[in-house]
Write a protein that binds this ligand. Structure first.
Ligand code: ZN
Length: 242
């Protein structure tokens, strides 16, 4: 089985189109979307239509639920809050229902997916440190956990004795007896200093996991954000990947 994983698209149609073209060439058997299809970018409905067309296993992100009034936005920064309210006005009734009905986690044979962390997924905590990772591993019964949310790709390993470390690089072959948290990065708003769109592949026969990057038309995505009247910093940050 070959899985194609995407997360944190955030209404960036230009990035999503390029990522999906890459995944088509990979011959994906099952698509998985780790949430935040909307919020920040100018094309929330268009992105949702493309994602729905993949017939994915999909879970909720905080922006998805915020956009349908299902999560508190008082802790969002001002730009994020403005984008959520803008998105709420754009979404079709059908897409609002779709987002409202998303679940928080899904389990597979040897992996689980969650947008934020397995520690209380509905409160949208981040895994940014080794101690955050350890807390999530304590709830992880499968070998692998794929996450999004921070927009920063990273692979964290737990060696079976409770020792955790962030691994260098973005690909691995899964050895027995180790567990992993894989943050697959963001399609539509990367924040690791690399502005290219991120996505991931998981091939079960070869036990290979890989986070990949691809360039897209950042200028066009920026122009649309500005023309939509969304905060300008949401356009600017795309070219820095911050
Ligand atoms: Zn996000």
């Amino acid at each position: 089985m070959k899985y194609g994983l995407i997360a944190d698209i955030h209404g960036n149609l230009e990035a999503l189109q390029v990522v999906l073209a890459e995944l088509r060439d990979e011959g994906i058997d099952q698509y998985i979307c780790l949430g935040d299809v909307v919020g920040y970018g100018a094309d929330p409905n268009e992105c949702l239509e493309l994602v729905k067309g993949l017939e994915p296993v999909i879970i909720a992100g905080n922006h998805d639920w915020a956009s349908v009034g299902k999560t508190d936005i008082s802790y969002f920064n001002p730009s994020a809050r403005e984008a959520v309210l803008w998105t709420r006005n754009q979404l079709t009734k059908e897409n609002m229902d779709y987002l409202r009905n998303l679940r928080l986690t899904e389990e597979f044979k040897n992996f689980v997916v969650v947008h934020s962390t397995l520690v209380s997924p509905q409160t949208w905590g981040y895994i940014l440190t080794i101690s955050d990772a350890k807390a999530s591993f304590a709830h992880q019964t499968r070998q692998l956990c794929f996450i999004g949310h921070s927009h920063q790709p990273v692979i964290v390993m737990e060696d079976g004795d409770g020792n955790c470390e962030a691994l260098p690089g973005f690909s691995l072959e899964l050895p027995q007896g180790h567990r992993y948290i894989v943050n697959i990065g963001s399609v539509g708003q990367p924040r690791d200093g690399d502005p290219r769109a991120a996505f991931a592949l998981y091939d079960t026969p070869s036990k290979q996991v890989e986070v990949k990057r691809v360039e897209y038309d950042i200028k066009l995505a920026q122009d649309k954000i500005i023309r939509a009247g969304l905060p300008r910093n949401l356009a600017l940050r795309l070219e820095y990947g911050r």
